[in-house]
Ligand binder design. Sequence first.
Ligand code: HEM
Length: 477
Amino acid sequence: MTVELSSQGTLAIPHPRRRVPILGDVLGVDPGTPVQDSMRLATELGPIFERKVLGKRFVIVSDPDIVAELGDEARFRKHLSPAVAALRAIGGDGLFTAYSDEPNWRRGHNLLAPAFTQSAMRRYHESMVDVAAELGAHWDRSAGSPVDVSADMTKLTLETIGRTGFSYSFDSFDRDQPHPFVASMVRALTDAQQRVSPLTLLTGRRRRRSREADAAHLAEVVDAVIRSRRDADGGDAPDDLLELMLRAQREQDPNRVDDLNVRHQVITFLVAGHETTSGALSFALYHLSRHPEVLARAQEEVDRVWGPDADVRPTYEQIAKLRYVRRVLDESLRLWPTAPAYAREAVEDTTLRCGHRMAAGDWMLVLIPALHRHPVWGDDADRFDPDRFLPERMRGRPAHAYKPFGTGERACIGRQFAVHEAVLVLGTVLHRYDLRGEPGYRLRVQERLTMMPTGFSLSVTRRHRTDRPGRGVPLLG
Ligand code: HEM
């Protein structure tokens, strides 16, 4: 990166041309799409630029060298951006919204990390297969009408984290409307993201009331889940996240957390554990529907690894063998990383190698979709190409050019969970259906802290044995 130094010897950071006094860089900005606006600004202004909104300064970076430096845990740590700090209204000091020096972050991390190891995934596998099969049954019932992909992926991922983490079913596929938990969560996330916008500042009181009602509703749902567990006969309690926390309380474990934090952790995992994976699956299905050659290759792989039985229940080992499907997921998360930003603050005064000085507490926002389109990805970085994730091509790129799951000790604890679930679900869909997107659909991305395709539907038709090369006899009907 080339740098230009200001008269004070620090990096002169570009900003949007038309800056308005007091309000800041708001012209041409849509409060509903701050991430996509910033992606556009990154192409205009480069891999480090600033935006000011109502006196709040955001330094936004997408340069792999700077991102690598910000990942140095000795000099930087997680910062709660204004949007993430606003989420504390529902997540309190749960893992995602805790400050790194809050005691409950370390305790919660130590307590819950064993539930996210690769071997722990074996315990969740059968429940994940069950939920994927329910999606199949739901789509079979759609009888040829297009399915709303993001809505159904949200049902699926909420159901999966509910059952695996808390042995609780939201009965997602038996509902016409999303569970009220989802409606409250979507409003809470959207509200958090828009909290820094001057336009939304004007709608104060009504917004505050609705925010409080949503926080109360989320707490109510979660307290009911916790209560039903406490009331149950503890004899054969399921081995899940909730049990880990309740057992630690009973056994006076040094990492035990109090009742309020148990609530915060459950809300955190229900939200963080489904919203991002739902978006990742929806984007992957969007790309598959747009790239018939990728779709055919992915289907060929699933047929080969899982065999011809349309109602197959894949084994745990058969998920990791879907290498090409995994590359489809990785490439979807490159173009549309569904948790699109994370913030890092300087632990003490420091100077970046590019010359930019940061005082202790100064922070920068890593804009992941722009990092994932940096020139190190080549001059066709906007093109969907899963083979970018072939091992030999990955070795040729800087490691910090790909960060969909964040960085360091505050990186995503649920990464293995998300990958196992997403590959399993994509495998199930590809094995069972042919997919056809609406020909006129142009990708629209909704932002609510996370990103999700909107208005995207697919026509799904059951595949026959004759659709699987070299097989012969029809499987159905
Ligand atoms: C494709 C799916 C997912 C993506 C893209 C994703 C992305 C991320 C990112 C970027 C962070 C770091 C945020 C920051 O530094 O501020 C994060 C943290 C976190 N994620 Fe995920 N995530 C996904 C799935 C999951 C799942 C399935 C779970 C739980 C089952 C989960 C639970 C969490 C939690 C609890 C944190 C906070 C960790 C901590 O700070 O200790 N995520 N995730």
